[in-house]
Design a protein around this ligand. Structure first.
Ligand SMILES: Nc1ncnc2c1ncn2[C@@H]1O[C@H](COP(=O)(O)OP(=O)(O)OP(=O)(O)O)[C@@H](O)[C@H]1O
Ligand SMILES: [Zn+2]
Length: 508
């Protein structure tokens, strides 16, 4: 498969440069994304990481590459501090909830997958669950031990970071504050050394525990990702993704393990990519801080999940994105605007269903390239329409510059292209954007906020009442109607150009 359009360039955290993407096997790009730790509901920051990987994977498919994408589920080994300290997050959550770890994992895995689906995020080719791979991890750790890259302490089997070349390159060799965060353990040879197998302490009552050559215990979180990525994607694959917090420790440790396992300086993935944080006024959105925003909470306020996807796409993945309800409200309005414009087009002309259906048949969801699907949509387009394709492609090919791609979509909708051409472009672009633009309609976007105890028809009737009162200058009645609507958690948008007129109250 050859790639379509402009050369794809991606920012590689390893070199800190934007590089032209050259797949190892042009027929199949291999991609690994660090998955969630399923100890609680994912927050919107976590979900930003998967909107990013989904965008990457869609753009690859849209540009003609087939992908094998693995996302792991971490259900053991992630400690309460990434810096190798604290208790296992899963054990802590299970104890708090008074249920088994397996139940905690099942509950939050299911919720996570539900959130991904709502956000239009495609299933990976494979979900790999950490606890299904413990024997692989033990075997991998034994290889590291045979290579002399480990040493044993009372607490576990430790990785010796001096045994690999250039440890910490990915983090830019930040030895100061980062290393300071690593747990000081007696006997550790280097502050950055980390446990790849944690032995259960005598008398420790762990729910999850496996026998190993180093005694009963559990694998370390860093070990999991090395083992599962290599198992499914090979010793050197194309792209590894994660949030930017993984750049400093988790991925440095994965790279070190990969190097020791391969017995080379190769890092495991050619390109390491990291999304920046979703932040609020207090900094990085984080579960450990508590009071975090979830997708479920947004939906309860009446926000369609895809408005959050659009909010993410409106920022470049390497920039911090500030979360606020006002920003969400603006994204929702932007999505509504797009959907209304597309509804008008659909009323004027129908897009041949056969142009859209083949994407599903071709296994797009499974990572097939979209070359011929795109061709069927873009075939025979006029010069001006193709110029829009070129602009859209150039934006996405330049390190996934979605904030520049979106205005091209807006420009298509307001252009003087024919209705049919506009619809074809929307269909093609949306394969990469994943906003479901042709399926969404006004009704789907009217998510009922939980707090609103008025039926839509009641809201509309009160709005009419208010309108009439205003027309007759009966301001007291108009205000009374407005107060009644507000009390029900509905915000009136006078002069709303979309004629949506009311929405759930989003501002605090
Ligand atoms: N605020 C954020 N913005 C963007 N990505 C984030 C944010 N917080 C975590 N991530 C990313 O979310 C993904 C899933 O992380 P994981 O489930 O392990 O979260 P976590 O580390 O337990 O969460 P937290 O950092 O909130 O305690 C990782 O790639 C992580 O880097
Ligand atoms: Zn990982």
């Amino acid at each position: 498969m050859t790639q379509t359009g402009a050369p794809l360039t991606l920012f590689n955290s390893l070199t800190r440069e934007i590089e032209e993407f050259r797949p190892i096997d042009p027929k199949m790009v291999r991609l690994y994304s660090c998955g969630p730790t399923v100890y609680s509901t994912a927050h919107l920051g976590n979900l930003r990481a998967y909107v990013f990987t989904d965008t990457l994977r869609r753009v690859l498919n849209w540009k003609g590459y087939a992908t094998t994408h693995v996302i792991n589920i971490t259900d053991v080994g992630h400690l309460t501090s990434d810096a190798d300290a604290g208790d296992d997050k899963m054990e802590v959550a299970a104890q708090k909830a008074g249920i088994t770890i397996w139940d905690v994992a099942a509950r939050y895995t299911q919720l996570f997958k539900g959130d991904l689906k709502a956000l239009g995020i495609l299933d990976p080719s494979l979900w790999s669950v950490a606890t299904d791979h413990v024997q692989d991890m033990i075997a991998f750790a034994q290889v590291l031990e045979d290579r002399g890259a480990t040493y044993e302490l009372d607490g576990g089997l430790y990785f010796d970071v001096t045994k690999v070349p250039d440890y910490g390159r990915l983090a830019g060799h930040q030895t100061g504050p980062e290393v300071g965060r690593i747990e000081a353990v007696e006997g550790k040879r280097h502050p950055a050394d980390f446990a790849i197998w944690r032995k259960s302490a005598p008398g420790e009552n762990r729910q999850m525990e496996w026998l190993s050559p180093w005694g009963p215990g559990a694998p370390g979180w860093h070990l999991e990702c090395s083992v599962m990525s290599i198992k499914y994607l090979g010793e050197q694959f194309d792209i590894h993704t994660g949030g930017i917090d993984h750049r400093e420790i988790h991925h440095c440790n994965e790279i070190a393990q990969n190097q020791a396992f391969n017995d080379t300086a190769r890092t495991g993935a050619n390109v390491w990519m990291h999304n920046n944080f979703l932040v609020d006024r207090t900094g990085k959105m984080s579960k450990s801080k508590g009071g975090v925003a979830t997708l479920g909470a947004l939906v309860a306020r009446g926000v369609h999940p895809l408005a959050y996807r659009l909010l993410c796409l409106g920022a470049h993945y390497r920039s911090e994105l500030e979360f606020s309800l006002d920003a969400v409200a603006a994204a929702l309005t932007r999505l509504k605007r797009l959907v209304i414009a597309i509804a008008t087009l659909k009323a004027e002309a129908t897009l041949d269903e056969t142009l859209i259906r083949p994407a599903r048949e071709a296994g797009f969801g499974k990572g097939a390239s979209l070359d011929w699907q795109r061709k069927s949509l873009e075939d025979g387009l006029s010069g001006p329409a193709l110029a829009f394709v070129g602009r859209f492609d150039a934006a996405l090919s330049g390190d996934l510059m979605t904030p520049q791609a979106l205005p091209t979509l807006d420009a298509v909708l307001t252009s003087d292209l024919s209705t049919q051409e506009k619809l074809r472009l929307v269909a093609s672009f949306d394969l990469a954007l994943g906003l479901g633009l042709l399926a969404l309609d006004r009704r789907a976007l009217s998510v009922r906020p939980e707090g609103v105890d008025l039926a839509d028809a009641d809201v509309e009737a009160l709005l009419d009442q208010r309108q009439q009162a205003r027309a007759t200058k009966d301001f007291a009645s108009a205000d009374a109607a407005r107060d009644q609507i507000k009390a029900a958690g509905v915000e009136i948008m006078d002069g709303d150009p979309l004629r949506w007129e009311w929405r759930p109250q989003l501002s605090d």
